[in-house]
Design a protein around this ligand. Structure first.
Ligand code: F6P
Length: 495
């Protein structure tokens, strides 16, 4: 760490020590205008950070760290297509997939997807989408979230897991003659996806399609060239939902919906690219995550969308944040002095209230909470909307205010931090903006920590070992150098 960075951290620690002596309610007493001052806007999103243990001097200290880490320089590198993924020598240009003037190969692929959607829709009543990780979580979330925007009569099934029950469920009850199989894999080498794809191809689906950065491999596997939709090595798997990876969305959502999603994301890109750190919603949100984790010692946060249609967001965010920033070394390969990533977990509210909110209110450790509400129209019974809002607001307030009583079992310490975010509607554009917001927040966290968020070598070792163990579990010889525990399990499980 250089002197500027050290100085910024000293400032952060001093501000955290100052604020540590105050409760959240003290902060509201000291500054009655705090709710307004700490509420920020970006396209389609309003975020209220006033129930976080921060104030203007604390955010200024975070800004100083951002400057010391060259936040503006790295953001410029990201948006200029420079090599920001240094270990893999790649740019990270997911933003270009939704830019108003995208590269020609992006436009061409999008036009091919739209044309394919038009022709295939009349031939099918089901799509089976096979992919895993970034080739699964994004389109699964988008289709679930935008259900009211779907075309009628096309069932979309997903399978990711190599546990055969997943793919068995995915084809159950479908007519292969009316099914499109889409194999989605950036590398087209992922064991789980190819195992599932071989199985479904043998079932005889009428149409085959693929989304991949390795088109030759998809063609060699049997997908007609005309149904192979490329994406590129400058699109990371967990940043790829804006690409052909979402072919099933382009088909199963009404015309224009996927474009609106891209346009909403582009609005957030412009906000992030053009707004100074002190007013940038993704940057401030990243600073607060870092602050909670590194300055205040809260290593996890709970992500609670108060929207059933966003129930898959926590799973999506687990990959985005933890696969991006779950790193132990800096860009230069030096061990980090501080953690770059916390633990993301959560579930949809209000269900989560009846599950793990006990821990959030009365557990020994504080876990900051991020609540998301849809401030626009809601589906279903009209009277439910106010109830959803009442619950979300009440939880954030209860976490902060607590309840004092002589009965320690019924006591709530309060003074627990939360952020309340509102999207202006559960529209395609707002969903695009929300997901782009999270991408940029993840990037900013990486910049603040000095790491590369775009590689994922941590997933490789387990994959390699699985390949080494597979022959023995299929009845072949076991590797000779196994530890005693693994060797015993191989003996127990081998046929
Ligand atoms: O789990 C590692 C990973 O490489 C993810 O980053 C990626 O999203 C997923 O596997 C799927 O990879 P592919 O799209 O190449 O099948």
């Amino acid at each position: 760490m250089d002197a500027k960075q050290n100085h910024a951290w000293s400032r952060i620690e001093a501000e955290a020590a100052r604020l540590g002596k105050l409760t959240l309610l003290d902060l509201f007493t000291a500054d009655p205008a705090r709710a307004d001052a700490l509420t920020f806007e970006a396209p389609h999103i309003t975020a209220d950070f006033s129930k976080q243990r921060i104030d203007a001097p604390a955010l200024a200290a975070c800004d100083a760290l951002a400057q010391a880490m060259d936040f503006a320089g790295w953001r410029e590198k990201l948006f200029s297509g420079a090599v920001v993924n240094s270990t893999e020598k790649r740019a990270a240009m997911h933003w270009a997939l939704r830019a108003p003037n995208p590269p020609s190969e992006v436009l061409e692929t999008r036009a091919r997807m739209a044309a394919f959607a038009q022709t295939v829709r009349s031939d099918i009543n089901a799509i089976v989408h096979l992919g895993i990780g970034g080739s699964d979580l994004g389109p699964r979330l988008v289709l679930d979230a935008l259900k009211p925007h779907r075309v009628a009569g096309i069932d979309v099934r997903f399978a990711a897991n190599v546990d055969g029950s997943d793919v068995a469920d995915a084809i159950e009850g479908l007519d292969p003659k009316r099914t499109l199989l889409i194999v989605v894999s950036k590398t087209f080498t992922t064991q789980e996806t190819l195992a599932n794809a071989d199985f479904v191809r043998a079932w005889g689906p009428a149409h085959l399609g693929a989304a991949t950065a390795a088109p030759g491999k998809a063609v060699a596997w049997g997908v007609p060239q005309a149904h192979v939709f490329p994406f590129w090595d400058w699109v990371g798997g967990r940043y790829s939902l804006w690409s052909s990876v979402s072919l099933c969305c382009a088909i199963a959502l009404r015309d224009g919906v996927f474009d609106a999603l891209l346009a909403g994301a582009a609005e957030m890109d412009a906000h992030f690219r053009d707004t100074p750190f002190a007013r940038s919603l993704p940057a401030l949100s990243a600073a607060i995550q870092m602050w909670n984790r590194e300055a205040l010692g809260h290593g996890a946060y709970a992500l609670i969308p108060y929207s059933e249609r966003l129930r898959l967001l926590p799973a999506y965010m687990q990959q985005l944040e933890m696969e991006s920033n779950g790193k132990g070394v800096s860009r230069d390969g030096e061990a980090l002095a501080r953690s770059a990533c916390g633990i993301t977990w959560g579930a949809a509210g209000t269900n989560a209230q009846h599950s793990f909110f006990q821990l959030l209110h009365q557990g020994v450790e504080e876990i900051p909470v991020e609540l998301i509400i849809n401030a626009g129209e809601h589906e279903g019974p009209a009277s439910h909307r106010a109830k959803v809002f009442a619950n979300a607001l009440a939880q954030a307030r209860a976490l902060m205010v607590g309840k004092q009583t002589d009965d320690s079992h019924r006591r709530f310490t309060g003074n627990r931090a939360s952020t309340l975010m509102a999207i202006d509607a559960l529209s395609p554009a707002a969903l695009g903006a929300l997901l782009a917001f999270y991408e940029h927040r993840t990037f900013t966290q990486a910049v603040l920590a000095g790491i590369n968020p775009f590689d994922q070598f941590g997933v490789e070792l387990g994959k390699e070992m699985a390949s080494q163990l597979l022959p023995a579990l299929e009845g072949g010889p076991a590797p000779v150098d196994l530890d005693a525990s693994t060797a015993a399990w191989v003996r127990r499980l081998a046929p």
